[in-house]
Design a protein around this ligand. Structure first.
Ligand code: NAP
Ligand code: GDD
Length: 403
């Protein structure tokens, strides 16, 4: 049986019968090919529907709270895991059989294009927040290829899912970029114009994600922005990041459940803010705040404009429970004793050093303050206090959170 001749016009076909190159066969597919029959953007944007990758993480959970509060329908992508990975969302999630609400979780993965396209087409979001990532810098040296797949190509996959569904003009895209892009810093403080010099497979993967976001904005006129966020912490921070590792250990040591805290580089300096403050900034970036109607979207730094060494975070955290530290030694032999008891409570373990370190991060948030009207609210002291107090409560109540 012979097949009827195909009507498909392939790019390699040189010309149509009139000798004109058939425009439909080259470059962009005609609009009619767009798989979804969507209303014009003005009408479409009346709906407020967010799709969040990385919803189970620290930022994802705060962003979900924030958007639900604003009346959004929130859809989140979660990974299949053999243990529960939704601990940070329990307080928001309702069984849709019993009490339907505007919060929905779907299985997906940034390594699975098909799933991303499927979710995009079904959900038809108005805002996409790409927070999903293998986000641990030290781990990225061990899982370099996987980190590139998720953090770099995962971003491309999500952007392409938007294009594939014909949503380039119907959906705004936030990319979770990072101060790790500055790495070996080329100027102090770092702003949107500071050259990048990433120092880890994580930083390099995020560099690709940064530029592919810019590229899709310029190539396809997408509303796609990078939020270049400096470190932000909270009681929901994962326990392998230094701040939460410290505050949990302080609580355990105070309650006599742990003897000593082992750390790596105490000299590294970070610009630490509160995660909840940074969430509002992400949202503001997608609202066109501060842009004239004809202006393209633009990227923003969110930071506090202050930097502190890890050693200072340690001192402040012990200070919250009234433990004063006395430091002695240097390098691998540096340690800190509890002045009252004489016991060593902080020591150095080189396994926490990194093959290449980012020694200093200090952000300049002036552009976000000027255009978005954004400003951090929580200062360094209050951040440390909130984290230590939350961990004290958790330790006293035997709460073994999975973060
Ligand atoms: P986080 O707590 O580590 O959360 C990362 C999220 O990504 C989790 O929900 C995780 O799921 C998810 N994820 C990991 N691999 C994935 C995959 N293959 N497919 C789909 N989802 C995947 O990170 P965070 O602190 O909330 O940060 C959010 C984003 O901002 C990340 O992209 C991070 O790189 C970036 N960032 C963070 C900071 C900061 O200081 N926090 C600063 C700048 C930029 P599981 O729960 O299943 O692991
Ligand atoms: N994790 C960890 N554990 N870090 C330690 C330790 C330790 O025991 N001891 C010292 N440090 C130092 C690290 O070497 C680093 O210089 C600093 O503490 C902060 O480390 P992390 O808390 O792991 O965060 P990060 O700065 O590497 O990365 C975080 O912030 C980035 C934004 O700048 C992550 O959230 C990234 O995803 C994010 O992009």
């Amino acid at each position: 049986m012979s097949h009827p001749p195909s009507k498909t016009i392939y790019p390699e076909q040189p010309s149509d019968k009139d000798g004109q190159r058939n425009k439909e066969g080259l470059g962009e597919l005609p609009a009619a090919f767009a798989p979804l029959n969507l209303p014009p953007p003005e009408e479409y944007f009346q709906r407020k529907v967010a799709l969040i990758s990385g919803i189970t993480g620290q930022d994802g959970s705060y962003l979900t709270e924030f958007l639900l509060e604003k009346g959004y329908t929130v859809h989140g992508i979660i990974r299949r895991s053999s243990s529960f990975n939704t601990g940070r969302l329990h307080h928001l999630y309702e069984d849709q059989h019993e009490r339907p609400n505007k919060f929905h979780l779907h299985y997906g993965d940034l390594t699975d294009s098909t799933a991303l396209v499927f979710l995009m087409a079904r959900i038809l979001p108005t805002e996409v927040y790409n927070l999903g990532a293998q986000s641990h810098v030290k781990v990225s040296f061990s899982l370099a290829e996987y980190t590139a797949d998720v953090d770099a190509i995962g971003t491309l996959r999500l952007l392409d899912a938007i294009r594939t569904c014909g949503l380039t003009k119907h959906c705004r895209f936030y990319q979770a970029s990072t101060s790790e892009l500055y790495g070996l810093v080329q100027e102090v403080p770092q702003s949107e114009t500071t050259p990048f010099y990433p120092r880890s497979p994580y930083g390099v993967a995020k560099l690709y994600a940064y530029w592919i976001t810019v590229n899709y904005r310029e190539a396809y006129g997408m509303y796609a922005v990078n939020g270049i966020l400096f470190n932000h912490e909270s009681p929901r921070r994962g326990r392998t990041f230094v701040t939460r590792k410290i505050t949990r250990a302080v609580a355990e040591i105070y309650e006599k459940k742990q003897a000593c805290l082992w750390l790596g580089n105490l000299d590294a300096q970070r610009d630490w803010g509160h995660a909840n403050d940074y969430i509002e900034g992400m949202w503001l970036m997608l609202q066109g705040q501060g842009l004239k109607p004809e202006e393209p979207p633009t990227d923003f730094v969110l930071a506090t404009g202050e930097t502190h060494p890890v050693r200072e975070f340690v001192e402040k955290a012990f200070g919250v429970v009234g433990i004063k530290l006395a430091w002695s030694g240097s390098g691998l032999d540096e340690e800190a004793r509890d002045v009252n008891t004489g016991k060593v409570v902080v020591k150095i373990d080189p396994q926490y050093f990194r093959p290449a370190e980012v020694e200093l991060l200090l952000g300049n948030p002036a552009k976000a303050e000027r255009m978005l009207g954004w400003k951090r609210k929580v200062n360094f002291e209050d951040l440390v206090k909130e984290m230590v107090e939350a961990d004290l409560t958790a330790v006293r109540n035997f709460v073994e959170d999975q973060n």
